[in-house]
Design a protein around this ligand. Structure first.
Ligand code: ZN
Length: 262
């Protein structure tokens, strides 16, 4: 991609953000009005012409805890992990920036986003990135009764299976930094031996501006870090190239979660 092309992509990203990206943080402490469950809407048919290449199925990694917070501290890798929803143009711009820098990311997709944007599953996997489950409706899953929490996990897993042939590599709870024991157990029942948490919150969902996101990530990242970020935010798209550059200067590579922990 030429630098002109790249500027166009970023301009498109910025104008898409102006259309009103609502904060959709994974942290329950934040106010979030963008993810009210819509249980009355029937699933949309997939519009992508053919299934994306198969996502890696959930791995069972001996010695890895049921809840992953970070990877090896004595290595040279980190995992940038993204809440998957929001404007597809912004999501595509972010993936393109990652690929330009030779980085791979992990996208935890919200099920109703996949219903609206089924082609994104293919786009993520075709870029060499990893895809996972971030519940069907992004409700506060740790506060739900067991049956409802399980349905949130299963419904998103079903979307991923239909689009990619597997339930995705990882499960991350919605609106909770850590899964409760119950949610960890329900995720295991749904086929995910490990729940993916994180050790660094970029705070990008509040749209603090690209410099603040860059500073938070670079100040807080250690070898092995799992960083929580969000698709659908122009500030995050703009922050990614300097973040990747800063990591590289410190000898750190952004890899998929599977590469980080196996
Ligand atoms: Zn989230």
């Amino acid at each position: 991609m030429t630098s002109l092309d790249r500027r166009s992509v970023l301009r498109a990203a910025a104008s898409a953000a102006g259309a009103g990206a609502l904060a959709s943080g994974c942290d329950p402490a934040r106010t979030d009005t963008s993810a009210v469950p819509d249980t009355g809407r029937p699933p949309q048919p997939a519009a992508s012409p053919a299934p994306a290449r198969a996502a890696r199925p959930p791995p069972r990694v001996p010695g890895l805890p049921a809840q992953i917070v970070h990877g090896p501290r004595d290595g040279h890798a980190v995992a940038l992990t993204f809440h998957g929803s929001g404007d597809p143009q912004l999501a595509t711009a972010l993936l393109t920036e990652a690929e330009r820098a030779g980085a791979r990311v992990t996208v935890l997709a919200v099920g109703d986003w996949l219903d609206e944007q089924p082609a994104m599953a293919r786009r993520i996997l075709d870029g060499g990135h990893e895809l996972g489950n971030h519940t069907m409706h992004h409700r506060a899953i740790c506060a739900l009764p067991a049956a409802e929490a399980y349905a949130e996990i299963r419904q998103c897993a079903d979307r991923l299976r239909r689009l990619t042939g597997s339930a995705g590599s990882w499960f991350r709870p919605s609106r909770a930094r850590r899964a409760t024991d119950l949610v960890t157990r329900l995720a295991r029942q749904a086929g995910y031996p490990h729940v993916l948490s994180y050790d660094l919150d970029s705070l990008d969902a509040a749209d603090p501006g690209a410099p603040a996101v860059q500073r938070t990530v670079l100040d807080g990242t250690a070898p092995g870090s799992v960083v929580s970020l969000h698709l659908g935010h122009a500030g995050t798209v703009a922050a990614l190239p300097p973040i990747l550059d800063g990591l590289r200067r410190r000898g750190l590579r952004a890899v998929t979660t599977t590469e980080l922990v196996t």
